[in-house]
Ligand binder design. Structure first.
Ligand SMILES: [Zn+2]
Length: 175
């Protein structure tokens, strides 16, 4: 059974009432994130606590997910596990964000209520690896079966290295 999480949240109200949000969001609901995924199965485990630290409304907690990214070497799926703690100060302006203590990241509110999924999605998108790839050498295996790779290597000798051409030009210019 998936615990039901609200679709929209009012972070400041949750901070005032020391709200808690615990549950799972289906990965398939996170439409901006699924664009970079090979497969949108699974869910994101959300565990959040709202409150105040001094005067600062905040949300702290943990987000866990196992996402199917595309390996940038072999283009097959590669699982990326995320297990991250967050500590965000809830702010409405850039000035407020700049005043947050160093251990806070800002959660900028453009409106009173935000979509919970956007907020979770942002956290995951911020942490996505820039170059997801398998830990084993999947690319080396791929070359053997990849006909495109062969085409490139056959074509290569007929093309002169541009740096070699530059070097030649430079030489003739000097002489
Ligand atoms: Zn790979």
């Amino acid at each position: 059974m998936l615990s039901t999480l609200p679709e929209t949240i009012d972070p400041l109200h949750l901070a005032d009432t020391r709200g808690e949000l615990k549950g799972q969001l289906p990965v398939s609901n996170l439409d901006r994130l699924t664009e970079v995924l090979v497969d949108d199965s699974g869910s994101v485990q959300v565990d959040l606590f709202f409150g105040r630290e001094g005067k600062i409304p905040k949300v702290e907690g943990n987000i866990k997910a196992a996402l199917q990214l595309q390996c940038q070497n072999c283009l097959e799926a590669v699982e990326w596990s995320f297990d991250g703690n967050i500590k965000l100060g809830i702010v409405k302006t850039i000035e407020q964000a700049n005043r947050l203590p160093e251990d806070f990241e800002p959660l900028m509110l453009e409106e009173e209520k935000i979509l919970l999924k956007h907020f979770i999605e942002d956290e995951l998108l911020l942490n996505l690896p820039a170059f997801p790839k398998h830990e084993h050498e999947c690319f080396a295996l791929e070359i053997k079966t990849n006909t495109n790779a062969q085409l490139v290597s056959e074509e290569a000798p007929s093309r002169e290295n541009p740096f070699a051409i530059l070097a030649k030009l430079k030489k003739t210019g000097e002489s």
